[in-house]
Design a protein around this ligand. Structure first.
Ligand SMILES: [Zn+2]
Ligand SMILES: [Zn+2]
Length: 442
């Protein structure tokens, strides 16, 4: 009896491994055949970038594509978000894949035939709009994944939710947006998502390579402002006033001791940056006030809260010692992009399989931020980086993200499609085989 059971289990395992590998082969083949389309889509999005919460045409193209594939589509989520639901032919859980769609107020300088010529008014300034973070590639890749998986729908044991997200770079002032608003509007419910995957193209990682980190991957980000108020006076008679400029410089130096003196940096890194200091109008007038703005990056919630506490203490007490006042205002922006350790461990084999083991590299945490973190706060998620730098180029020569010279090599697109497709199907297949092992039927 035991032997019969064992051999049945073995047959099931072999059949599943076979199903998994034949699905994988079909995915790789189909993804490769889509390369021309991927490049066309990407160039179209690149030439017609739209800012956050204004991705009207992008969303329309995405929705039309998904509908054509027979995927159930919901539009208008979190302003311009599009969600597609692909129900596989076999029962199983729901897995989500996410791409962000917004461009940035950057004037493109790259000389390509599909260069963006879009110009808009942004915060009262005329500026070009550019896909200077590569979200155009994310949209094209996820459209490709949808086409690949829709074609093999009958063999998929579960449901795939395609999330096309607006405003990753932040919503316009006074508006809500991005992943936070999508989650608030229920994008992870009905049907409930069990796990989520996402990628970011990386212009500083060579094409063909994938980079990842389990746990805290990208930083939590805060914006802050500090208003220092003193007493205005003649620059020749400083004793008759209270100088907010000297006080501000003491505060700036004091803030730098939070990272260097107060935090245990062996636990996690942190950054406190003052990015602008404004005050005064003339060489011989000590002004009444100074305004500073800046950003904080942390990877640990305890450290995060401690930085806030120290910022308040340092700014207000230094101001008080000078007879001035300091008002600290901290805006908590995105939380830490945190890759669920168990999910990362479970899925990394898939990426190694797709890209080749030596091409998948563990990297240190990045002090940049990503609002994919809001999805990961609700369900286990895994976010990784896809190489987009031309092969053989020196990293020092590649333009960073958010700059006018930002450039992505399109030969990265197919690997992106294969990675996300296989993460989704492998996850679903593994869920199925663990159910079989547990004797569960879904
Ligand atoms: Zn960006
Ligand atoms: Zn980005």
């Amino acid at each position: 009896m035991l032997r019969t059971l064992l051999s049945i289990a073995l047959i099931i395992a072999v059949l599943q491994a076979h199903a998994q590998s034949s699905l994988s082969a079909a995915i790789d083949q189909k993804a490769q055949s889509l390369e021309k389309k991927l490049v066309e889509w990407r160039r179209d999005f690149h030439e017609n970038p739209e800012l956050g919460n204004r991705e009207f045409k992008t969303a329309e193209k995405v929705a039309n594509h998904l509908k054509q594939l027979g995927i159930e589509v919901t539009t208008g989520i979190a302003h311009t978000g599009v969600v597609g639901l692909l129900k596989g032919g076999k029962p199983g859980p729901v897995v989500a894949l996410r791409a962000d769609m917004d461009g940035l107020p950057v004037t493109e300088r790259v000389d390509v035939p599909f260069k963006s010529k879009v110009v808009v008014d942004y915060n009262g300034q005329k500026t070009g709009v550019m896909h200077a973070c590569g979200h155009d590639t994310h949209v094209a890749i996820l459209m490709g994944v949808a086409e690949v998986l829709a074609g093999m729908k009958n063999d998929i044991p579960g449901t795939i939710k395609f999330i096309f997200q607006p405003a990753e770079e932040g919503a316009p002032e006074g508006e809500e947006g991005g992943a936070k608003l999508m989650v608030k509007e229920g994008v992870l419910d009905n049907p409930a998502v069990e796990a989520i995957f996402g990628l970011h193209i990386d212009a500083l990682i060579e094409v063909g390579k994938i980079a990842y980190k389990p746990g805290a991957t990208m930083a939590a980000v805060d914006f802050f402002s500090i208003d220092v108020t003193g007493k205005q006076t003649h620059g020749a008679y400083p004793w008759s006033g209270i100088d907010p400029i000297v006080t501000s410089s003491q505060i700036i130096m004091g803030l730098q001791t939070i990272v260097s003196r107060n935090l245990n940096l062996t636990q996690a890194p942190a950054v406190v940056t003052v990015g602008a200091v404004n005050g005064g109008i003339r060489q011989n007038i000590i002004p009444e006030s100074v305004k500073m703005i800046g950003t904080v990056r942390t990877f640990d919630e305890g450290m995060h809260m401690y930085v806030h506490k120290r910022m308040n203490e340092i700014a207000t007490n230094i101001a008080e010692s000078a007879g001035a006042t300091a008002k600290v205002n901290i805006n908590v922006m995105y939380p830490v992009t945190f890759n669920n350790e168990a999910l990362t461990a479970k899925m990394i084999g898939t990426l190694e399989n797709v890209a080749g083991k030596s091409n998948v590299n563990l990297i240190p945490a990045k002090t940049g931020a990503e609002d994919f973190s809001y999805f990961q706060q609700k369900v286990p998620g895994f976010f990784f980086f896809l190489g987009g730098m031309p092969k053989g180029k020196a990293v020092e020569q590649a333009a960073p993200h958010h700059t006018p010279d930002f450039y992505v090599d399109e030969s990265s697109l197919v690997l992106g499609v294969r990675s996300l497709s296989r993460l989704a199907t492998d996850y679903l297949q593994m869920a199925k085989s663990s159910d079989v092992k547990k004797g569960k039927s879904k």
